[in-house]
Unconditional design. Structure first.
Length: 331
């Protein structure tokens, strides 16, 4: 695993799609694990998600390769405020004199004052790892923040970007509907899809239940909402463009239900709970590898870290359910 901030190339790794949409490899942890999306409309640009501070030079290089200046960026758009999506937002905004930042209303105060965001990240990764992964998080001035609840929209040089509320992975998650293409920028709501596991052009999606706000019923509804929009393509932050949306949505529903079963079977197992859930999730991944035609060891290599995070997120969900049950019992 390559430390963040160590560039592989002098040029950014960019994949161009239709409708002026491009995927930029943020070069975070390993190649093609975290993407930043660029939308260009007649010389004006929007950046969707930012990855970490270490990705800022990558974004600036990508803009230069596209013939765009920092002054040409109108929006930095956040799907949610987890630091692998938003950690570089403040530093990147300092490079773009004309840009406004969009974020779910639940996330706006944390972008303006990121102290609790940093504390939450340290709780998941530990202080040393959080510092190494994300650096110093820079706040964004409140007057440069646009809150985007469900139904809000912004105009990128006449191109409407519409926001839909999509909780389940996080309560502060939105997806962005690009009205020109009909495509959806889905952050983590539509799962993980690392390109190493594509087979014969067939992509896949695997759910992310990482800490701390996993909510299965809400996530099922959010996936149904995305599918109901009938997008020709969805862009996920981990990683890039996926198509065949109905098939992927069905896979996500099935796999989320499997994660729920793992959690419920482990809920009363005490200190051994996390380790037993990781073992069970590894079995789910091996079964999925057989279903999708992935080499099992490659699947474990590519998705192994996400299995760890998924187990942590399931544990947090169980703790939330237990707390809610206690409150109800005391009422």
């Amino acid at each position: 695993m390559r430390p963040p901030g160590i560039r592989r190339f002098d040029m950014a790794d960019i994949t161009d799609h239709d409708h002026g949409i491009s995927t930029i490899d943020a070069e975070f942890l390993r190649p093609r694990t975290t993407s930043i999306h660029l939308i260009v409309e007649r010389g004006r640009a929007a950046i969707v998600d930012t990855a970490s501070n270490h990705a800022v030079p990558v974004v600036m290089q990508a803009l230069a390769q596209k013939g765009l200046a920092p002054e040409d960026v109108d929006y930095v758009v956040l799907t949610h405020i987890h630091l692998d999506h938003a950690g570089g937002a403040g530093l990147l905004m300092s490079k773009f004199p004309n840009a406004m930042l969009t974020v779910h209303p639940r996330g706006a105060r944390h972008i303006a004052d990121p102290r609790r965001l940093i504390e939450g990240t340290i709780a998941v990764y530990g202080q040393e790892a959080a510092k190494r992964l994300y650096g110093d998080i820079v706040p964004v001035a409140p007057e440069r923040i646009i809150e985007t609840p469900h139904g809000a929209s912004v105009s990128l040089n006449g191109r409407e970007l519409r926001f839909v509320d999509t909780p389940g992975h996080a309560r502060h998650h939105v997806c962005i509907v690009d009205e020109r293409s009909g495509h959806v920028f889905a952050g983590d709501t539509f799962g993980l899809s690392y390109r190493e596991l594509d087979r014969d052009g067939r992509c896949y999606s695997f759910p992310t239940t990482s800490p701390v706000q996993f909510d299965p019923p809400a996530l099922h509804r959010s996936i149904e909402l995305i599918e109901s929009l009938r997008p020709g393509a969805v862009y996920v932050t981990h990683f890039g463009q996926v198509r065949d949306v109905p098939r992927l949505a069905a896979d996500l529903h099935r796999l989320i239900e499997a994660h729920e079963r793992v959690a419920m079977e482990a809920r009363d197992l005490g200190p051994a709970r996390n380790e037993l859930m990781k073992q069970a999730l590894t079995r789910i991944l091996r079964d999925e590898a057989q279903r999708q035609g992935w080499p099992p060891e490659l699947a474990l290599e590519v998705l192994g870290w996400d299995i760890e995070l998924n187990a942590q997120g399931l544990g947090d969900w169980l703790d939330t359910l237990a707390a809610a049950s206690t409150r109800t019992g005391n009422a």
